[in-house]
Design a protein around this ligand. Structure first.
Ligand code: IMP
Length: 429
């Protein structure tokens, strides 16, 4: 049975929520494998809008949802999100939600450190979500993390807390902050432990069994390839690998499990937070894309930066992430534009270059090379077949496919689940 891995093909916010929701309705399990509650997925189901940050999107429709070991888990954020969903009538039970017992925890000290660093960074600010994601991953790799399974053994945390607090106390002192309030941390962990432990299981075992049973698994990526800590616009990236390969390491399934890799790609480009953005528009068109596309962050409410479609960047993303096919989203936002530009490559200090260079200074210096296409005056909103699309819009899609060297599997034409043109079913492989 084919599995599907959904990842963002740009800087996140490509409209993954709707596509994941649609695929989740046909999957047996939905699994998060990286990131944390820095993600923001909006699902519109009938009259209801659900905003998810940490929970897999399958939870809304009752599909078995798994938070894999690659996720950094803020237990208080988990509780708040579960309670909000329960308030909206969604059942969240241990039968429907599994949290890997090896997930590292995001603690209040991680949130503190994220904010302290950002505030002290001046022009070097990354523009993080300030949710403690980076510091939590650092402690995981530094072998100082408190993990979900530790919540069942709070009496044995002494040595681990010694290492963790020694590290954070030194950092905090550098910022003029008092040492970690260890007693409070232990008390807070004691209070939240039972809530998290109710969902804790060896997720790898559940997933491997599901695979043996031939069940369909949907891996739900967060953020986007250009925010990948290795392949993105470093250092203006998140602290995890957002490429499809992480679905294996971040869940405890082998590399063969990823199946069809569906890259979600927006018909133009947006970015939230700092960092290079070659096709950014600071003119009326940028403004228009932001307004029509409702480009405000789900998590932080920040206004997203907007620009033309950057085929050079997406071509690179598709390659490094091993994308099988794309879902093109928000095409309707371009409706009515007289002309549409596509970035096909760059010039770096006068010389042509077909990819984004590695160094941040070069990334900031590249100038986009555009080709211009005629736009379309008709509406594409709500189209459900190629026949309902204007010829010029089809031309735009075909040109994108050609430039990014990756075929279109789906086109999404509104936030409604049914407003989708299906070209190739990812679950059929
Ligand atoms: P962090 O993940 O909070 O450390 O933030 C690092 C960078 O990733 C910042 O530029 C954030 O704006 C960006 N980022 C993190 N999560 C998302 C997301 O889900 N969508 C878009 N950008 C994100």
């Amino acid at each position: 049975m084919a599995n599907v891995t959904v990842i963002g093909g740009q800087w996140g916010d490509e409209g993954k929520g709707k596509i994941v929701d649609w695929l989740a309705s046909r999957a047996d399990l939905v699994v998060r494998f990286q990131g944390g509650h820095n993600a923001g997925h909006t699902l519109v189901v009938g009259e209801q809008t659900y905003k998810l940050s940490l929970l897999p999107s399958g939870i809304v429709r009752g599909t078995l949802s798994v938070i894999g070991n690659g996720v950094v888990l803020d237990p208080w954020a988990l509780k708040a999100e579960v309670e909000t969903l329960r308030g909206q009538g969604v059942e969240v039970t241990p039968e429907r939600l599994i949290v890997a017992d090896t997930c590292p925890l995001i603690l209040p000290i991680h949130r503190d450190l994220d904010a302290l660093r950002e505030d002290a960074s001046g022009k070097g600010k990354i523009g993080t979500t300030r949710r403690g994601i980076g510091p939590a991953y650092e402690d995981k790799v530094g072998r100082r993390a408190i993990r979900v399974c530790d919540l069942a053994h709070l009496g044995h945390l002494g040595a681990q807390l010694d290492r963790l607090c020694a590290h954070h106390d030194a950092l905090r002192a550098g910022f003029g902050e008092p040492p970690v309030d260890r007693a409070r941390l232990e008390r807070d962990l004691g209070e939240i432990a039972d809530f998290v432990l109710a969902f804790a299981r060896p997720a790898w075992a559940v997933l491997n069994q599901a695979r043996r049973d031939g069940r369909r698994i949907l891996f739900e990526g967060a953020q986007g390839v250009l925010l990948d800590v290795d392949h993105g616009t470093y250092p203006f990236v998140t602290s995890s690998n957002t490429v499809a390969g992480t679905a294996a390491a971040g869940t405890g399934l082998g590399p063969g499990a990823a199946g069809f890799v569906l890259g979600i790609v927006k018909a133009y480009t947006t970015r939230v937070g700092a960092g290079p953005f070659p096709t950014e528009l600071s003119d009326a068109i940028g403004q228009l894309l932001g307004e029509r596309g409702r480009e405000f962050g789900t998590v932080t409410g920040r206004k997203r930066r907007c620009g033309w479609f950057d085929a050079a960047l997406v071509r690179q993303s598709m390659a490094v992430a091993g994308v099988t096919g794309i879902a093109l989203t928000k095409l309707d936002v371009l409706d009515g534009l007289e002309e549409i530009r596509i970035c096909t490559g760059y010039r770096l200090r006068g010389a042509p270059i077909d990819h984004l260079p590695a160094h941040a200074a070069d990334q900031a210096a590249v100038e986009p090379v555009y080709e211009t296409m005629a736009g379309w005056s008709e509406s594409t909103a709500g189209a459900r077949s190629w026949a309902q699309l204007p010829a010029q819009a089809i031309k735009y899609i075909r040109r994108i496919e050609e430039l990014i060297a990756c075929p279109v599997a789906l086109v999404s034409t509104s936030p409604e689940r049914e407003d989708t043109i299906l070209v190739r079913d990812p679950f059929s492989g």
